[in-house]
Design a protein around this ligand. Structure first.
Ligand SMILES: Cc1cc2nc3c(=O)[nH]c(=O)nc-3n(C[C@H](O)[C@H](O)[C@H](O)COP(=O)(O)OP(=O)(O)OC[C@H]3O[C@@H](n4cnc5c(N)ncnc54)[C@H](O)[C@@H]3O)c2cc1C
Length: 446
């Protein structure tokens, strides 16, 4: 039996994927969004991160295909470029380039701008007649009946309040969600937060790909090397024959926003290829900074919540963007919501607990990687214990071996693209292979 009304706050990735799932169970799904949504893939105010590069991980892309069959064709028609991450992602890590001369794989997604991903999802979501976007309206509070949320109060950007009744309200308002304050005003506690700040800054500029340019990378990464080398460069081919070029610096080492400083920062990366590639290319955008990169986890799973109300996406778990996880984590959240809705009785605490479980691996990954910089704040134990040191050492051995062993290279990418658990690296056969490869290498060197 279908439930009556659901309201989703926020019409970005998490909100739209939640709405897609709700559309299977509710007669009507209303998405409240502050922005006027563009008809074409365009940057918009409500998503200040939209000019920045957005990696769509293979797991996230596969979920999009599950929710919107053949969305890849739509993305491709709009100019998104298919990428085989095993062969066409060239990363320079620990002083070595990743393998690329390897067999084609099925670890595939698209490289394109963030607005294109969002636009493609929106196009497909509008096919669901029960889903209705209310644009240029801001959600300003929850309506309740004791401990049950019964709807949302919204305010037109230039106008009056309107109350929308709902059997279920979903907060997908991103990093600027007001749920903690709303809960307090209703007499509930706001959730405890864990905050880990890497003080990472991005600077991004688009370039026109030069005529006749040939190279076999579609995405290039010159990686940071903690703890001393805080700088990274990310360059990706995107739609419209453009490149999106991003420089990043940890621990307040923010990349400059003028042309000369930008190129100088690029030149300081641990490999010259990024600089050599962009230095004579024609810029087609200003340089745009983004510094809101803090990891923030709101523990709704430990908070007493009103019934009829859940939160997901960046509103719950916002991650440092360097590891490209956010959109995929939102897609996984939508799958948690789907599973929860299929269980009949909608117990909010059960949803937030399942979501916390789904988010935990991504949170651990991002914060563990960020904690390798001593400048990162919010890490509970600054000095890793012996086990932590062994794990860090082993991880370095895996990366070093993956630079010449194609099976390990593929396994590493499967993990980074969320197709396998990081625990796969600790399978005895894998540990044995890594240690054997490393000792053979050491012997060959001596
Ligand atoms: C610099 C940067 C780079 C990133 N790079 C990547 C990447 O490479 N790969 C990746 O997967 N992820 C990346 N992310 C993360 C990604 O942007 C988010 O995880 C993803 O957009 C999902 O977020 P969301 O939908 O929860 O929130 P958002 O995308 O922030 O959207 C929130 C929406 O809610 C609306 N809204 C807010 N308040 C209200 C209100 N009161 N009423 C109505 N509407 C409201 C906003 O207008 C907006 O549309 C990056 C993030 C940053 C900051």
């Amino acid at each position: 039996m279908r439930l009556k009304n659901a309201v989703v706050i926020g019409g970005s990735i998490a909100g739209m994927l939640a709405a897609r799932v709700l559309a299977d169970r509710f007669e009507s799904v209303t998405i409240v969004e502050t922005d006027q949504l563009p008809l074409q893939p365009e940057v918009r105010k409500g998503v200040p991160q939209s000019p920045q590069p957005h990696v769509l991980l293979t797991r996230g892309y596969r979920i999009l295909e599950e929710l919107f069959p053949d969305i890849g064709s739509e993305m491709s028609a709009a100019g998104a470029i298919s990428i085989d991450w095993v062969r066409e992602f060239h990363s320079f890590v620990q002083g070595k380039w990743s393998l690329s001369d390897v067999a084609p794989s099925d670890i595939v997604s698209f490289t394109c701008s963030r607005p294109l991903v969002e636009w493609a999802i929106r196009q497909r979501l509008t096919e669901f007649l029960q889903v209705n976007f209310v644009e240029k309206h801001r959600a300003v509070g929850l309506l309740t009946n004791g401990t049950q949320v019964t709807g949302v109060r919204m305010q037109a950007i230039a106008g009056d309040h309107v109350d929308v009744p709902a059997n279920l309200v979903v907060d997908a308002a991103g990093r600027r969600s007001h749920t903690p304050q709303w809960l307090e005003s209703l007499g509930f506690n706001s959730p405890k937060e864990t905050v880990v700040n890497p003080f990472l800054g991005y600077a991004t500029r688009r370039y026109k790909q030069p005529e006749g340019f040939t190279d076999d990378w579609k995405v290039m990464l010159i990686s940071q090397e903690p703890p001393d080398n805080k700088r990274l460069g990310y360059l990706a081919k995107i739609e419209g024959g453009e490149w999106i070029a991003t420089l990043g610096g940890y621990g307040h080492d923010f990349p400059p926003l003028d042309n000369e400083g930008f190129l100088e920062f690029a030149r300081s990366l641990s490999n010259p290829k990024f600089y050599e590639t962009i230095k004579d290319a024609e810029p087609v955008s200003p340089i745009i900074a983004h510094r809101a990169t803090v990891n923030r986890l709101r523990h709704y799973e430990k908070t007493l919540m009103p019934q009829g109300f859940v939160a997901l996406g960046d509103a719950v778990c916002a991650l440092c963007p360097v590891y490209g996880q956010g959109m995929t984590v939102s897609a996984l959240s939508a799958m948690v919501l789907k599973d929860w809705l299929s269980h009949g009785k909608l117990n909010v605490s059960r949803f937030q607990k399942s979501l916390a479980k789904s988010n935990s691996i991504h949170w651990t990954l991002a914060t563990a990687l960020d904690s390798r910089f001593p400048t990162t704040s919010g890490i509970t134990s600054k000095s890793p214990n012996l086990i932590g040191k062994i794990f860090a050492w082993y991880n370095q051995q895996v990366i070093a071996s993956a630079s010449f062993d194609s099976d390990l290279h593929t396994l590493y990418l499967e993990i980074m693209q969320f197709l396998k658990s990081p625990l796969a690296l600790y399978h005895p056969q894998v540990v044995f292979r890594v240690l054997k490869l490393r000792s053979t290498q050491q012997l060959a060197k001596s």
